[in-house]
Design a protein around this ligand. Sequence first.
Ligand SMILES: Nc1nc2c(ncn2[C@@H]2O[C@H](COP(=O)(O)OP(=O)(O)O)[C@@H](O)[C@H]2O)c(=O)[nH]1
Ligand SMILES: [Mg+2]
Length: 439
Amino acid sequence: MFDKIKDSLAKFARIGVADKAAVDDLVRDLQRSLIQADVNVKLVFELSKNIKEKALDEKVPKGITRREHVINIVYDELVEFLGKEKPKIKLEKQKILLVGLFGSGKTTTTAKLGRFFVKKGLSVGMISCDTWRPAAFEQLKQLAEKLKIDVYGNAKEKDPVKIVEAGVKQFKDKEVVIVDSAGRSALDSELADEIKKIDKILNANEKLLVLSGDIGQAAQKQAEEFNKLVGLTGVIVTKMDSSAKGGGVLSACHAAGVNTKFLGMGEKPDDFEVYDPVRFVSRLLGMGDLEGLLEKAKDAFNPEKAEELMKGEFNLEIFYSQIESMKKMGSLGKIMDMLPTGGAKIPKEMLGIQEEKMNKWRIMIDSMTVDERKNPEILDSSRIKRISTGAGVPESELKELIKQFNMMKKMMKKMKGGKGLKRGPMANLMKNFKGMPGM
Ligand SMILES: Nc1nc2c(ncn2[C@@H]2O[C@H](COP(=O)(O)OP(=O)(O)O)[C@@H](O)[C@H]2O)c(=O)[nH]1
Ligand SMILES: [Mg+2]
């Protein structure tokens, strides 16, 4: 699902005009990918209809191309479709019950969840009340030992309710208690009975259904049934790393009205993350970690403030704050990685060199007095000598910085009185961000 959607978007991004034929083509590709991911056909058609209507009827907002507009729509619709609410994970005293069928990943997820809370600084106790599988307690115990998390179980006790009671007593001082329950191959009356009893005695704050990513749209019925049984507070979808049907499970849970809270991304305890729909769709569309980038970009670039600065004399202080902004966004390499595919393909070594240079510029500007930064003209040979010694950088590099600065200053002068920040290197960078979803 991931690769195919990514490919269709990339194909769409390459075409000349985003006309009706191109949109039809894109929607057809999307349909194919979603149906292969076992997304319910009715949902797929609804999604396609929404995308087509918006892409062809809506007016393209100023400043972006029709193509970018369509990509935005696809992105928005997918986020909506997979549940756009980012789950709130409470970091407080709580009891969590995990339920689900055989092999869905409950025991593995119990350990992952335990680790998640331990990493957040909470004390955790895990209880295995799976009396159906002889080795179930042993499995959790082994995982717990590796993670140094306390675990409770009793291989001799046949009644899960008694195990839960004893476990809760033992872990009364723990902040987070996680209960790994037994599964069956289907939610039969026996399992329903057992879960209800456990639920009653445990009185959990969170009741999470664990679903394997490979069950596709069957997830809807399961989510609905378990929800009816205990009132789920969410689901955890496992095996997202190895299943092609993860998208089907996510959309099915959303359709069932149950929020996805976590994703299992592998067999190891750390292969686990909070479900973030925006991030998920960004990845799906091959846009890298767009949300992360957008947050950083918003943080770093404040065009109004920059424009305000530009009104004054351009000096090294402003130059410095621009470098700072770039730095705030993280390394250049990371920024490039976060951009949509097909964006920039600058060799990594070149990025490294540029970054190193910027770092040195910062150090040199740091070694200057306020006066020197405000009036770089006063930088004569004795000052240059002092600064380069102070910064531990050869004079030639300081001279290069001054040269670059003067070039930039000339450029700024040219655009002054005219369009302000609408041109220039920073403005170019800004332009690149526009047209991305959310900008
Ligand atoms: N690749 C992958 N495998 C997983 C994931 N979660 C669980 N598994 C595997 O799925 C199998 C069943 O997991 P288990 O926790 O025993 O399921 P349970 O029967 O519900 O307790 C085990 O082999 C796990 O290693 C995951 O997120 N990714
Ligand atoms: Mg188990």
